[in-house]
Design a protein around this ligand. Structure first.
Ligand SMILES: O=P(O)(O)OC[C@H]1O[C@H](O)[C@H](O)[C@@H](O)[C@@H]1O
Length: 303
């Protein structure tokens, strides 16, 4: 498997290796470095040239394939959070539906590796239904993740409905950011947004001014297609997230008590991570037409 990948996708900027049971793909070029695993199509690290790591990855993450790696950028698709039959449509397979969709639990294939015209390195992963997926999601699809390491790091998720009926999709790049101090971290670009607070009975509120991260926090900001900026001042940097066709932003931090409930997250790490997720969730779930496709993208840059 590993030898086959090395042979088929040989490229000077790309290295394939194994970590426990998982296949890792490391990209390195003059813009920086990034690491991915084919398990869940998950980006596990991004470091711009001369800069610090941007992505949080748990020191106690599991790499045996039994569950998603804790941290990185898990792909939530074709539903975000717990499956909600009321909005997504009831289905006999509902009992088999796990949190955040099917994509983050499965092994993706490498579809291509190349340099782009503007000096970036691109790796494309793809996922098609297998037996485990079909138990939870019987409809045929093709999902592609295009990772491009250039001046920014860009992730694009292209979902194709290969069935003969429309369905509702909710999705997210569930990005765990590594920050010096998550408590009170400022996120700019959120003024005047409506958010649904999952920790307060899904009540709706309006954000005024920049957002300050609370602990714990689990909010979905709806109708927010715009760029946002994490003020990671303890690391003397701003992390800029650009979004394409992502109309929601999720902000999540488990807080000190919540963190204790995660076997694969050290108890003190909630203080150095925050999930800020480019998403289409709740009000912004959309109908993916039979035969149609949708492309959501996120770019990350540091300044
Ligand atoms: O533990 P996981 O299934 O990876 O989910 C981790 C978190 O993901 C999202 O941000 C949700 O809004 C949270 O409610 C959830 O706890």
């Amino acid at each position: 498997m590993l030898d086959d990948l090395k042979q088929r996708f040989s490229h000077p900027d790309v290295r394939f290796y194994q970590h426990d049971q998982l296949i890792m793909i490391e990209l390195n070029n003059r813009h920086g470095s990034a690491t991915l695993t084919t398990h869940g199509g998950t980006l596990l690290g991004y470091r711009p040239a001369g800069g610090k790591e941007v992505i949080w990855l748990s020191e106690t993450a599991v790499y045996d394939g039994s569950k998603p790696v804790r941290g990185g950028v898990p792909i939530c698709w074709p539903w975000f959070g717990p499956y909600d039959p009321d909005t997504m449509g009831a289905d006999p397979s509902d009992a088999a539906k796990k949190g955040h969709g099917v994509a983050r639990y499965e092994l993706w294939e490498v579809a291509s590796v190349r340099s782009t015209d503007n000096d970036a390195t691109e790796v494309v992963l793809q996922l098609e239904p297998n037996d485990a997926i079909r138990q939870a999601w019987p409809l045929p699809f093709m999902l592609k993740l295009i990772v491009t390491l250039g001046e920014t790091l860009s992730l694009a998720l292209v979902g194709e409905n290969r069935s003969d009926r429309d369905w509702v999709v909710s999705e997210a790049f569930h990005t765990y950011f590594r920050v010096a101090n998550a408590d009170g971290l400022t996120i700019d670009g959120m003024d005047n947004l409506t958010y649904i607070d999952k920790l307060r009975d899904d009540q709706r509120f309006t954000q005024t001014g920049p957002l300050q991260v609370n602990m714990p926090m689990d909010c979905v900001f709806v109708d927010h297609p715009d760029t946002l900026v994490l003020e990671d001042s303890g690391n003397r940097r701003q992390i800029v997230m650009g979004k394409t066709k992502s109309a929601s932003t999720v902000v999540w931090n488990p807080g000190p008590e919540g963190a204790k409930g995660f076997a694969d997250m050290p108890d003190d790490q909630y203080a150095h991570m925050v999930c800020v997720e480019a998403a289409n969730a709740l009000d912004n779930a959309y109908t993916l037409k039979a035969g149609g496709s949708h492309r959501m993208a996120m770019t990350l840059a540091v300044r």
